[in-house]
Design a protein around this ligand. Structure first.
Ligand SMILES: NC(=O)c1ccc[n+]([C@@H]2O[C@H](COP(=O)([O-])OP(=O)(O)OC[C@H]3O[C@@H](n4cnc5c(N)ncnc54)[C@H](OP(=O)(O)O)[C@@H]3O)[C@@H](O)[C@H]2O)c1
Length: 288
């Protein structure tokens, strides 16, 4: 019997880099969709394609059984993902697993949650075997702040609100389970860590893991915006501010059991993340 082939988009990204080995370990053939032929993904068939180029996407989809769809938030993200999903249906792909976000809703005040909801709604109407994964805030997003954390500061406009943030390795493992076992058609899985945590608790866990004193400082949305103006594109920055306002309102604190239900083991805790990434948050060892 032929092993199924799964196309992984964003194969070099936060989820994809762990999803590819997780799928390989489950015995499927992985086709990694990459943009740069010079950076192939080890262990996978590599295909060069760009979501903005439909002909390249059709070629990448040709002959695959299932596809994992994930791309960065951008003003045209919904359009690009909807076109990818249409092309997947047209090329006869049997199964589509969509990476969305916790609390995706068409009427959300958070633009990222609105575009994800738009894609979810479209995919649900295609008649494909499809599954939606809605992960909460990524713990790995802290790696983007590693430079300042290594200097002892964690700053965000979130106050004392708790968020059930998730380790992205668990998102990859959950996606691998959905892509390789039956029974997930039409399901929406909200993926969270095993507990909700405040940013004070995150700073405490990073302090313990690094043996250094790291403190959390709350920031107003205005100060946060001023600090990142010119660093992030305006659309992205405005979306991030909306995301944090949603966290601050306590709207992302529910704990769900989808990770253990899908993977058969507990979700990784904040302490696991902090221990495994301690060098990134330690001066001299940190390169950011
Ligand atoms: N960050 C969070 O806390 C969080 C929480 C929940 C949900 N999410 C969702 O996670 C998703 C991914 O976010 P992320 O920032 O972590 O990004 P990411 O998955 O790391 O995405 C980057 C990947 O997408 C590829 N890519 C970028 N533009 C592409 C294009 N035009 N065509 C094909 N591939 C392209 C990149 O390829 P190259 O290597 O060629 O650049 C890279 O592999 C977003 O939808 C976001 O809403 C994020």
């Amino acid at each position: 019997m032929n092993t199924p082939t799964v196309l992984v988009t964003g194969a070099t990204g936060t989820i994809g880099r762990d999803l590819v080995p997780a799928l390989l370990a489950r015995g499927v053939t992985v086709r990694a969709m990459i943009r740069d032929a010079g950076r192939p993904v080890p262990g996978a068939e590599n295909v060069v394609a760009d979501l903005t180029n439909p002909a390249s996407v059709t070629a990448a989809l040709h002959g695959v059984d299932a596809a994992f769809l994930n791309s960065p938030s951008a003003p045209d993200a919904a359009e690009l993902q909807i076109r990818f999903a249409d092309l997947a249906r047209d090329t006869g792909v049997q199964q589509l697993v969509l990476l969305s976000q916790y609390a995706a809703r068409a009427d959300s005040p958070v633009r990222f949650l609105r575009w994800h909801a738009e894609v979810e709604g479209h995919v649900a109407g295609l008649g494909l075997n499809h599954t939606v994964l809605r992960p909460n805030l990524y713990l790995q997003a802290l790696l983007g702040l590693a430079g300042t954390i290594a200097r002892g500061f964690l700053t965000a406009p979130i106050g004392t609100a708790a968020v059930s943030a998730i380790d992205t390795r668990d998102i990859a493992d959950a996606a691998a389970a959905v892509l390789t076992t039956p029974g997930h058609h039409g399901r929406i899985y909200t993926l969270t860590g095993p507990r909700a945590m405040t940013h004070d608790q995150i700073a405490e866990a990073l302090s313990t893991a690094t043996g250094r004193h790291i403190t959390f400082h709350d920031a107003s949305a205005d100060r946060f915006t001023a600090a990142l103006t010119g660093v992030l594109p305006p659309w992205q920055l405005a979306g991030l501010v909306e995301d944090y306002a949603h966290y601050r309102r306590g709207e992302a604190a529910e704990v769900h059991t989808s990770v253990p239900d899908l993977t058969g083991r507990p979700a990784r805790d904040l302490t696991d993340f902090a221990r495994d990434h301690a060098t990134a948050f330690t001066p001299a060892l940190n390169k950011a």
